[in-house]
Design a protein around this ligand. Sequence first.
Ligand SMILES: Cc1cc2nc3c(=O)[nH]c(=O)nc-3n(C[C@H](O)[C@H](O)[C@H](O)COP(=O)(O)OP(=O)(O)OC[C@H]3O[C@@H](n4cnc5c(N)ncnc54)[C@H](O)[C@@H]3O)c2cc1C
Length: 377
Amino acid sequence: MKILIIGAGVGGTTLAALLEGRGHEVDLIERSPDFAKSGYALSIWPLGSRVLIGLGLIKQFRQIANPLGTYHLRNGKGDAINTYRLADKISVHGDAGTLSRKSLLELLRSKLSDTRLRMNTSITALTQTSASVSVTFADGRQSDYDLVVGADGIHSKTRELIAGHVPLHETGWGGWIWWADNGVIPVDDVTEYWGAGRFLGLYPCKEQLCVFAGGPIGQMDIKTHRAADIRDHFKPIAAALPSVFDALPDDTNEIFFWKLDDVRSAVWSEGRVVLLGDAATAFLPTAGVGASNAMESAAVLADELLRVEANTVTRALRLYELRHRKRVQAAQTESRNLAKVMLVSSTPLAWARDELMKHYPVDKFVADILKSLEQPI
Ligand SMILES: Cc1cc2nc3c(=O)[nH]c(=O)nc-3n(C[C@H](O)[C@H](O)[C@H](O)COP(=O)(O)OP(=O)(O)OC[C@H]3O[C@@H](n4cnc5c(N)ncnc54)[C@H](O)[C@@H]3O)c2cc1C
């Protein structure tokens, strides 16, 4: 089959890697001009790392990711709330590790040899007949495909073209990401500070420590005196972590403000066009499972595509959706529920949450992830 994958992110690149050597002609296009930026840290759970086993990449993953060992929960002042030994619970199901998005994409791209990757490329229109999809690229060129996969992320153009406008689910929170040298926590420790109207996450990757500092958008989306204001917003923690906050880029440096939104599309496919990953069901970073779900979805779609030819491809798309939509949406609901607990603005509510979390057992903390690992896909 002649297949176009739109978006060389986590889901699109995983799918391209899985389709290698299967006799397909695959074009993978990416809107960004290059892969230079590290992006942010991704924690990959066995949902995703199991796919790397199938791709023969698990040994390399272990070399480039920090194992996910212990999760430390602290309050907005920096006091310890609870400590969860994640490794004890998760390792029986496979690998869990933290790495930069850039490293994960590099790893996945190492499997691409027949795939034609084109950077700086996007689409403007999709026109379907029962036999093919005609794609118009942003530079005006046109090409016909048997299958088009929209793996173009939360603000998917493909989704807009097949499903129209789908509103974002907005938490009203957002935050800044930057990278600092890690002299502050062990490499297999993830540490999060859940405060009232503030959230700070420290995710150690091999290169550096990824820092996410979030809060209600009105208080956090600061354009001038950004570094000083963010430091002020996180005062007690910033004082305890000077090297982390010293690395915060000042106003003159380009730095992206992430809104904590997600999206749930009612339409996953239309004819020969199908959505994958965040384009279909985007994730808040609260549970840290969006990338793993995108990888698992890619594995399900690739599996279904093994059993069809160009004339029956829509059948594979229907089965992919039947197998995976409910599971992905359940995981998304869990990450939304977690957001209600993590992203709290009121001081009394944050205090009550902290008291509850002091006694919250590890089995409950990882219950949703463990449940999903026990279920068939
Ligand atoms: C701050 C943050 C932290 C996160 N932490 C975690 C975590 O710890 N663990 C986890 O599992 N998940 C995490 N996630 C979620 C995770 O990043 C996503 O769920 C995952 O990347 C989804 O994969 P995807 O392939 O669908 O989209 P993406 O990886 O976003 O890839 C989409 C790609 O499509 C490209 N693109 C967009 N539009 C077009 C177009 N029109 N034409 C061509 N290309 C296009 C984009 O440039 C991008 O490369 C986090 C997300 C954020 C924002």
